[in-house]
Design a protein around this ligand. Structure first.
Ligand code: GLU
Length: 419
């Protein structure tokens, strides 16, 4: 990754641009440019060999104008304060675009979880939870899974937080195991939302999914589900990747076989050997000859170094911030359609909201209800962004930010500034 890339600076650039397009003064939007609260913690962990390692952890509470802070926790070696600030800001705008009553937050630990034993991972999660416990809570700030974290980790957080509080508190996180109050459909919700957004675009433009080829960067929780569901809708998945390699097959990957292969923990694409499937590099994956590209890995994957080489006509952002501001400008000039992250990948947080509501009501909904409500929210948000784009004759990213900024500015006006 480019060392000069700073996602928080990218976020400010978009904000300034879109606020200008909406005719706002600086004082209307200045509050949206800074996180309300930033916490950095040094997390000591006793390793299995008896030594102590100290990891850096973060929780940034970007904005609470529209509700409690909400957003995931990521475990990744690249995690740093500017990244978490940007990710927390994107959550605030995402929740506003889909109109769920949350602000934005995000956290993480700078660690490669693959280098830890399971017991070390549990100890890290417990100590990190204890260190951010003073600022999280079901009505305050609700973490969820993100890169390299999952339902199991959320379960450990529920237990740690509950023990500290002296009572069971399942609503402190979303994306929990179903047995601990998690919601049906939550694990697939981000990928499902990516599929719904893509289908809405197809419907609006009269595109038959059966004519579409798709490449997916990242076969984690978001990318694999999106690829599989798009395939069910008739799209041909011609390439995909994980941390180990990319794979390609012009005739279309056998998704049933691939999903089965990936369902085994630890299976990597580099060992997926099938007739007609060849290995490709990450760069080849991003510039693959296809109709739709779904970057579902990390930030800054498409930037000024490769945006002019992208062959896809439509990019659906499964990841947060996969296209840099400079990359976005190049794509826009070239007429490449981008369905932006704060809309396309919002299915996860929408379903988190459903989970939280179920927890607060001590209820659980069936899968059909969850998926139907998710579709309703995503379709409505998509239509709202499209309408805004048409009104302002602009692209979907600008339009999504317009919708979000208007809602946030309105919330600020209604609340006023304390004291
Ligand atoms: N980590 C997901 C995201 O980036 C989900 C966050 C949540 O459910 O709170 O949107």
């Amino acid at each position: 990754m480019d060392n000069n890339y700073n996602p928080y600076q990218d976020l400010i650039k978009i904000l300034d641009k879109v606020a200008g397009m909406l005719g706002y003064e600086e004082s209307d939007v200045s509050i949206l440019k800074y996180p309300e609260r930033e916490l950095q913690v040094s997390v000591p962990v006793e390793m299995d060999d008896g030594t102590v390692k100290v990891f850096q952890g973060y929780r940034v509470q970007y904005n609470s104008l529209r509700g409690p802070y909400k957003g995931g926790l990521r475990y990744h070696p690249q995690v740093n304060m500017d990244e978490v600030k940007a990710l927390s800001g994107w959550m605030a705008f995402k929740c506003a675009v889909v109109d769920v009553p949350y602000g934005g937050g995000k956290g993480g630990v700078t660690v490669d979880p693959n280098t830890l034993s399971h017991k070390e991972l549990v100890r890290l999660t417990r100590r990190f939870t204890a260190m951010i416990a003073p600022i999280i809570g079901p009505e305050i700030d609700i973490p969820a899974p993100d890169v390299n974290t999952n339902a199991e980790i959320m379960g450990i957080i529920v237990d740690t937080y509950s023990m500290l509080k002296g009572h069971s508190s399942p609503g402190v996180v979303t994306g929990k195991p179903i047995e601990l109050g998690g919601s049906l459909g939550r694990a697939e919700a981000t990928g499902r939302g990516v599929m719904i957004s893509t289908m809405e675009y197809f419907k609006k433009h009269g595109i038959d999914p059966k004519t579409q080829t798709v490449a997916v960067q990242g076969m984690g929780n978001v990318g694999s589900v999106a690829a599989n569901l798009l395939n069910e809708k008739g799209c041909k998945i011609v390439a995909c990747s994980d941390v180990s390699t990319g794979i390609a097959c012009e005739a279309g990957l056998d998704m049933a076989d691939l999903m089965k292969y990936l369902s085994v923990r630890g299976n990597l694409l580099k060992d997926y050997k099938r007739d007609g499937v060849r290995m490709i590099s990450n760069e080849e994956l991003l510039t693959f000859d296809c109709d739709v590209l779904v970057p579902a890995a990390l930030e800054n994957q498409i930037n000024e170094t490769n945006a002019d080489k992208i062959k896809a006509k439509i990019i659906v952002e499964g990841a947060n911030g996969p296209v840099s501001v400079k990359g976005d400008e190049i794509l826009d000039k070239r007429g490449v359609i981008v369905i932006p992250d704060i809309l396309a990948n919002a299915g996860g947080v929408v379903c988190s909201y459903f989970e939280w509501v179920q927890n607060l009501q001590f209820m659980s909904w069936n899968l059909e209800t969850v998926n139907q409500k998710l579709e309703e929210v995503m379709v409505k948000a998509f239509a709202g962004v499209v309408k805004k784009a048409e009104e302002h004759n602009t692209n979907m990213r600008n339009a999504a930010y317009m919708v979000a900024i208007e809602r946030l500015v309105r919330a600020k006006k209604l609340r006023g500034i304390f004291p």
